[in-house]
Design a protein around this ligand. Structure first.
Ligand SMILES: CC(C)(COP(=O)(O)OP(=O)(O)OC[C@H]1O[C@@H](n2cnc3c(N)ncnc32)[C@H](O)[C@@H]1OP(=O)(O)O)[C@@H](O)C(=O)NCCC(=O)NCCS
Length: 260
C-alpha cells in the first residue's frame, strides 16, 4: 500500500503537533548559527579582549587566560541557544492562536502536512517513498483509500497572513518540516498550496524573510520562483553582532495599492 503525505487546512486539535514542528524548525538552526558565529571576527576579538583583561588587570597566568577561549565559545553557544528558545516561545504563542491569527479571515490560512502510515511500521521514514499531494487531489485520485486504515501524524506546516504594509501582499510564514520527513517534497507542495491560495485570493505578491542560517529554505523558495527583494543586517547586539537577512518576493502582478 502507498504511503501518503496529505496537505490540508489546519483543524482544531492540530495545534500541539504544529507547535512541536515549528519549535523544532526554529531550534534546527542553532548549530548553523553557532558555527557562523565562530567564524566571525568579533568572536576572535572578544577572546583576545577577555584574555588581555585577565592577564593585564587581574594578573592571571597566561595559561589560565587562554581558558577564556573555550569560555567564550561556550557562552556564545548558550546565548545562541537562548535566543532561539526565546524565538521558539514567541512562535508557540502565535501557534496557540491559529484560529484567531490565521483562520478568522478569508485572506489568511494555515496548512499542515499529515502523513498516513500503516499502524505497524517496520521501516524508518527515510527508507520510504511517500506520495505528497493536497487533500483535494487525494480524494479525487484515491477515492477508495480510507483514512481509518492509517495512523496519521502532522509532519509539516505553513501559513499565510496579510502584509501590514500593503494589503495586496501576503506573507508566507511558519514553514517547517519534521527532520525525519525532510527531502520528500513536503515543503515544495506546502509552498505550491500557499501560492495557489494567494493567487486565488487576488494577492499581487507573496513575501517572506529568511536568514543566512536558512540555506535549505532559500534554495526551496528560489526554486519556486521567488526573487531577492532586499538583503539587510538584523541587529542582535547593536551593530556589533548582526545577522544577514534575505527578503524574498514572488510577484503575480504589479501592486496597485500604495505602501502605507
Ligand atoms: C526548509 C525546509 C522547510 C525544507 O523542507 P523539505 O520538505 O525537506 O523540502 P523539499 O523536500 O520539499 O525540498 C524542496 C526543495 O528545497 C530545496 N531543499 C530542501 N532541503 C534542502 C537542503 N537540506 N539543502 C539544499 N536544498 C534543499 C531543494 O531545492 C529541494 O528540491 P529538490 O529536492 O528537488 O532538490 C526544511 O528543511 C525545514 O523545516 N527546515 C527548518 C525550518 C526552516 O528553515 N524553515 C524556513 C524558515 S524561513
Amino acid at each position: 500500500m502507498n504511503q501518503f503525505i496529505i496537505i490540508r487546512d489546519y483543524r482544531p486539535g492540530d495545534e500541539l503537533f504544529c507547535r512541536e514542528i515549528i519549535k523544532e524548525g526554529t531550534m534546527s538552526t542553532v548549530n548553523t548559527a553557532f558555527f557562523t558565529g565562530l567564524t566571525r571576527e568579533i568572536t576572535l576579538q572578544i577572546m583576545i579582549f577577555a584574555s588581555a583583561i585577565m592577564f593585564i588587570f587581574f594578573g592571571f597566568p597566561f595559561s589560565v587566560c587562554l581558558g577564556s577561549i573555550p569560555a567564550v565559545i561556550i557562552l556564545m553557544y548558550i546565548f545562541i541557544w537562548l535566543g532561539h528558545t526565546y524565538k521558539a516561545l514567541e512562535m508557540t504563542q502565535d501557534v496557540n492562536n491559529i484560529p484567531r491569527v490565521y483562520m478568522s479571515s478569508e485572506y489568511t490560512g494555515f496548512w499542515v502536512a499529515e502523513v498516513y502510515e500503516p499502524y505497524f511500521m517496520t521501516r524508518e521514514p527515510h527508507q520510504i517513498k511517500y506520495t505528497v499531494m493536497t487533500e483535494r487531489d487525494f480524494r479525487a485520485l484515491y477515492p477508495g483509500v480510507s483514512e481509518t486504515q492509517h495512523q496519521k501524524k502532522i509532519v509539516g506546516t505553513v501559513a499565510i497572513t496579510r502584509s501590514k504594509d500593503s494589503l495586496d501582499k501576503a506573507w508566507l510564514r511558519r514553514m517547517a518540516v519534521n527532520p525525519k520527513y525532510q527531502r520528500k517534497g513536503i515543503a515544495s507542495v506546502l509552498t505550491d498550496e500557499a501560492i495557489r491560495f494567494c493567487n486565488e485570493k487576488g494577492y499581487a505578491a507573496i513575501e517572506l524573510v529568511t536568514s543566512e542560517c536558512h540555506d535549505a529554505a532559500r534554495e526551496l523558495y528560489l526554486k519556486k520562483g521567488f526573487d531577492l527583494k532586499q538583503m539587510y543586517h538584523k541587529q542582535i547586539f547593536g551593530t556589533i553582532v548582526t545577522i544577514q537577512m534575505y527578503q524574498l518576493i514572488l510577484r503575480f502582478r504589479p501592486s496597485d495599492i500604495p505602501v502605507v
